[in-house]
Write a protein that binds this ligand. Structure first.
Ligand SMILES: [Zn+2]
Length: 56
């Protein structure tokens, strides 16, 4: 069941560092501290956006 657990764990798919989580009321942002991965979830819209190797 490790694949199942990995699907829902909040770690970077690339370096497996724990993702940092930031919630501001509108959206919840999860990102890799090393900049590999970023995910924004808009709870009110039911939308989540995933960025790969984003530029900041
Ligand atoms: Zn990473």
């Amino acid at each position: 069941m490790s694949w199942f657990k990995k699907l829902f764990s909040n770690v970077c798919p690339e370096c497996e560092a724990p993702l940092t989580c930031d919630e501001n009321g509108v959206c919840c942002t999860k990102m890799c501290p090393h900049g590999h991965y970023k995910e924004e979830t808009y709870c009110s819209l039911g939308v989540s956006i995933v960025y790969d190797k984003y530029d900041m």
